[in-house]
Design a binder for this molecule. Sequence first.
Ligand code: FAD
Length: 403
Amino acid sequence: MNESPHPDFLWRTPEPRRAYDVVIVGGGGHGLATAYYLARNHGITDVAVLERGWLAGGNMARNTTIIRSNYLWDESAAIYEHALKLWEGLAEELDYDLLFSQRGVLNLAHSPSEVREGMRRVNANLLNGIDAEWLDVDEVRKFCPIVNTSPDVRHPVLGATLQRRAGIAKHDRVAWAYARAADRLGVDLIQGCEVTGFDIAGGRVRGVRTNLGRIGAHRVALAAAGHTSVLAARAGIRLPLQSHPLQALVSELLEPVLDCVVMSNAVHVYVSQAHKGELVMGAGIDAYNSYGQRGSFHIIERQMSAALELFPIFARARVLRTWAGIVDVSPDASPIIGLTPVENLFINAGWGTGGFKATPGSGWVYADTIANGRPHPLAEPFTLDRFTTGALIDEHGAAAVAH
Ligand SMILES: Cc1cc2nc3c(=O)[nH]c(=O)nc-3n(C[C@H](O)[C@H](O)[C@H](O)COP(=O)(O)OP(=O)(O)OC[C@H]3O[C@@H](n4cnc5c(N)ncnc54)[C@H](O)[C@@H]3O)c2cc1C
């Protein structure tokens, strides 16, 4: 495996050509993975990824890197488990050390209803062939001794679900690995190229307008996360997406103290310790809509008090930095993947607070959808028309993030 993961030049920096078969808008994890699988799985290499900033400057390298597939509904379980299986071979396939670590993810339950819900989820996961266990409070203590399991706190721990195959990976390395692999297969990665509009004629997309000029395209694929609804509006499409800041923070570097991932819906915090040693913590979204990648201080304050309730041992750790990314939240907290009312304009969005874990699976099914002009079977339940048919896939309970 490649031992020097961050050389200066991992990909070319080409000038954009006048036209491509496929233009992907957005150079985050999903856009890059889609480009890679278009080339690798479908032999489609006349592809450009247009990124208005720099590759992985959006949510891809701002997230808290949690990977798991323990979603409730069959449709979600299928797509997230497809992604997890791809994660399990990804470092070898891309020849890049992604620091993928299947260290186990605990989802804590703090009330009788959360216990019931957690047990239901374990059973649903097992029926879908996904590894899942229910731990009582003694087992939680054994698995993660630094969690405060005292009964005398505001939200006492009553048990937890555990997915042992779940874990974390190093997000920016994942982006670089996909970018290098896509570049090697002939994909043009164009940074500093903002899509400002679409050329549409006869109900069909013909190309994009950018700050670098017009670029023709047979097919255009949106992968712009929190900015998707703004972009789609420029193509005359109104999407059921809300854009919110989602914040995270890291502590100073610590000795190894936490060797699993701990999430809590009720307390609203999720914590892991990165390979380098910093604690990585996320919270709930800022409630207002925004495109500013910062968020409000009071959210961080609440997040810290929640974290300290669960982990009193962190009381003297110092916060090193905080930031936010703009997440695209759909009404049922599930993604939107598929075709749009504009012919040959495709959408992959709405992953909200949980799309990092889906990166390989999302890229895989989106590439297939673009290549074949119809939703991949795993994407069929996630098309845009579910918001008119009412066939929603409500996964609000799946995240430790309130929205
Ligand atoms: C703080 C935080 C914590 C999170 N934690 C987790 C987690 O633990 N686990 C998990 O699974 N998920 C998590 N997520 C969610 C996850 O990061 C996202 O769902 C996922 O990264 C979105 O896909 P992406 O990587 O392609 O998005 P992005 O990296 O945001 O990519 C979209 C790209 O589109 C570009 N773009 C936008 N508009 C234009 C335009 N007009 N022209 C050209 N380019 C454009 C942007 O610059 C951006 O680079 C978290 C998100 C945040 C913010």
